[in-house]
Design a protein around this ligand. Structure first.
Ligand code: ADP
Length: 313
């Protein structure tokens, strides 16, 4: 089973309004409430592709119960660690072609809760047969990058490949620890620019130079996704430029998560490097073609898989 980690999941509330009135009452009839979080998108895509998947992280309260109910409705196995605090709501108001978001930070996780979760996670790796671990998103308040480092180290001890999709200082801190083995990271253009602290060009030789720096040494795969432009990837000492066909995008939100799902599936099946890239690009593309974030239509997989072009540099 592939296990996905979402440390700070949410109930995602979508309100659709003709007009959004500030400093006034807005009554809304078009409401959606779903289980949200990057790792949950990853889990849904893996499930859509027909593979066994479980989701873990921390949840609590009535919103936590709502999240587990939604996951059960979608036949997703959940292994969330339950705490006595309320999970968060994240609100997106869709109005006049715009999206206004109100995002709660979520519960503050104490040192005791962190220790208990890590203990629980270690047990999970002992009792369940985990083939690949994915870690997505930011950490809740109270937790530091040490938590991700510990998850990776526990997975390393059991030879479970880890796909890490986080950003900013947490990603930098994890990459600084050269004792950790990471199978893949998937920064997008903005995230890689932020790590490197400079505006990058799309010139492959510049990317190659950056990804050859020691920071990326212990990572097998660095897949820098570039939206409609595909990706630039490094696998050990090989570099690839990946192009994708032009497609009709319905909703691009969660494409990066779908790409992570593709990477995890390919690692699970021990696919060859070029096949891994094709799989990751295909799941990203298929997600953009669906209205619901973090879903793919498996029936379209081969059609798009065959249209991905890979150039070895
Ligand atoms: P993120 O969601 O993390 O910002 P990207 O926007 O780079 O990630 O998208 C991840 C992948 O999803 C891309 O590499 C590509 O395969 C697919 N994708 C995203 N946007 C588009 C698009 N407009 N057209 C075609 N494919 C897309």
């Amino acid at each position: 089973m592939i296990l996905t980690v979402t440390m700070n999941p949410s109930v995602d509330i979508g309100y659709r309004l003709e007009t959004f009135l500030l400093d006034d009452v807005n009554r809304v009839t078009d409401v959606s409430k779903t289980a949200g979080g990057k790792g949950l998108n990853v889990a849904r895509v893996i499930h859509d592709l027909g593979l066994e998947v479980g989701a873990t992280g921390i949840i609590g309260g009535t919103l936590g119960n709502f999240i587990t109910e939604k996951l059960a409705e979608q036949h997703l196995r959940e292994y969330f660690f339950k705490i006595n605090k309320e999970s968060r709501n994240c609100i997106a108001i869709l109005h006049e072609g715009k999206q206004t978001e109100i995002l709660e930070k979520g519960p503050h996780i104490s040192e005791e809760e962190t220790a208990a979760f890590l203990e629980y996670f270690q047990q999970l790796l002992e009792t369940e047969n985990i083939s690949v671990l994915t870690i997505s998103g930011s950490l809740p308040k109270g937790m530091t990058a040490d938590v991700y480092k510990r998850l990776i180290s526990l997975a390393n001890q059991k030879d479970i490949p880890v796909v890490l999709d986080t950003s900013g200082s947490v990603l930098i801190e994890v990459l600084e620890d050269s004792s950790l083995k990471i199978a893949a990271i998937k920064p997008n253009y903005d995230e890689l620019s932020a790590i490197e602290n400079k505006e990058l060009s799309t010139n492959p030789s510049e990317w190659q130079e950056i990804l050859e720096t020691p920071r990326y040494n212990q990572i097998d795969w660095v897949i820098t996704s570039l939206g409609a432009a595909g990706a630039f990837a490094k696998h050990k000492h090989d570099f690839y430029q990946v192009s994708i066909p032009s497609i009709e995008v319905v909703n691009p939100v969660g494409s990066g998560d779908a790409t992570v799902a593709g990477i995890a599936v390919a690692l699970n099946q021990a696919l060859a490097p070029e096949e891994l890239l094709r799989t990751a690009m295909t799941t990203g593309m298929l997600n953009t073609m669906e209205m619901t974030t973090g879903t793919v239509n498996k029936d379209l997989f081969h059609e798009y898989f065959n249209q991905v072009t890979i150039k070895k540099l």
